[in-house]
Design a protein around this ligand. Structure first.
Ligand code: PEP
Ligand code: MN
Length: 356
């Protein structure tokens, strides 16, 4: 048992919709965005001050210089303000400036030393801010839970999690894979914990943010964190994924309409199971591709040594072994024969191709 087991939900007016630029770039851009968002009913304003960039030399944020801009947003719009912290110094500066919500970014969550240092910095703070912990960059639920536990054990009681997706190698539809089932598992283990979705960092492209946001609403996430910029194409960070204030206004009103007509078809269990099936099928495709690569290598080997491609005894042994393995796992011999006949046929075709 850790203190995380006792964490309760965060108020929906605070985490329901959090929006704002990836980065606060100037006082004008910060205030203009905040004023536009306040008109659309957004109650919490997000803006990064310290930006973790993959490569050196990029825009690394305005740092503490932006703290007074956030205070001005709070005074002028009444919105709560949120920013990312990665070090004890960031925490101290934000607490002093009265920032309402701190979030720990994906790269920081992945580093237990850094998370512990942040947790230690918060221990002594009397009026602790709300803290949101984004998932780590790799799909590692325990690492995410560990970070949440460090904060809960430091006495942070207003604590939540943010699903912002997980890195994957190679070209993907989304910038970061959602792995919804990881968030469901987190919720299953800590039912009181609020879990928010960040469709912007999952999608990575403006045109996909809406789909991901809708899906998160269907899956009953406790809130959304969405990046908004007054002129996204000129944004100094994450320009491809930020929405304009008009776009988020349209999105929020669409979502509100959908929520009203919410039907039992929006079944989280079904969505979760489908997500798991999708992941397994992706693994199957990956395994099949790797198997065919091996078949081609065998083809080359046989070709170089003048060995014939099809050897009936090897085929029969292979099939018998697969059928036995399948039976041990409750898969019928007929099913196994059909699957492996198809796989073997393709494998032979690949080998013959290399044999030319
Ligand atoms: C951000 O919210 O702008 C950000 C850098 O988040 P993440 O840690 O999810 O990449
Ligand atoms: Mn961003």
């Amino acid at each position: 048992m850790s203190n995380l087991d006792h964490i309760g939900p965060l108020p929906s007016e605070v985490i329901g919709v959090m929006a704002g630029p990836c980065s606060a770039e100037s006082r004008e851009q910060t205030l203009e965005t905040a004023l536009r968002l306040a008109q659309t009913g957004v109650r919490t304003f997000r803006a990064g001050l310290w930006k973790p960039r993959t490569h050196p030399g990029g825009f690394e944020g305005v740092g503490a210089e932006g703290l007074p801009w956030l205070s001005e947003v709070r005074e002028r719009t009444g919105m709560r303000v949120a920013t990312e912290v990665a070090t004890p110094e960031h925490v101290a500066q934000c607490v002093q400036a009265g920032v309402d919500i701190l979030w720990i970014g994906a790269r920081t969550t992945a580093n237990p030393f850094a998370v512990q240092a942040i947790a230690d910095a918060l221990t002594a703070v009397e009026h602790k801010p709300i803290v949101l912990v984004k998932n780590p960059v790799s799909p590692d639920l325990e690492l995410w839970i560990g970070a949440l536990q460090r904060l809960a054990d430091a006495g942070v009681t207003r604590l939540g999690a943010v699903l912002r997706g997980f890195s994957a190698y190679g070209e993907q539809v989304y910038r970061n894979r959602p792995h919804w089932s990881i968030a469901f598992e987190l919720k299953r283990r800590f039912p009181g914990l609020s879990v928010v979705c960040d469709p912007s960092h999952i999608a990575g492209r403006r045109g996909l943010v809406e789909d991901v946001a809708r899906k998160a609403v269907t899956l009953r996430f406790d809130g959304l964190m969405i990046e908004v910029h007054t002129d996204p194409d000129k944004a100094l960070s994450d320009s491809a994924q930020q929405l304009t204030p008009d776009q988020i206004a349209a999105l929020l009103s669409d979502i509100a309409t959908t929520e009203k007509s919410d039907s039992p078809a929006n079944d989280t269990t079904l969505e979760d199971l489908r997500e798991q099936i999708d992941r397994l099928d992706e693994s199957l495709v990956e395994i099949l591709a790797r198997r065919m690569e091996l078949a081609e290598r065998i083809g080359t080997y046989k070709h170089e040594r003048g060995i014939s491609v099809v050897q009936p005894s090897r085929y029969q042994d292979m099939m018998r072994l697969r059928v036995d393995l399948g039976e041990q796992r409750g898969l019928s011999p007929d099913f196994m024969r059909r699957i492996f006949t198809g796989i073997h046929e393709e494998s032979v075709r690949r080998q013959l191709d290399t044999d030319k």
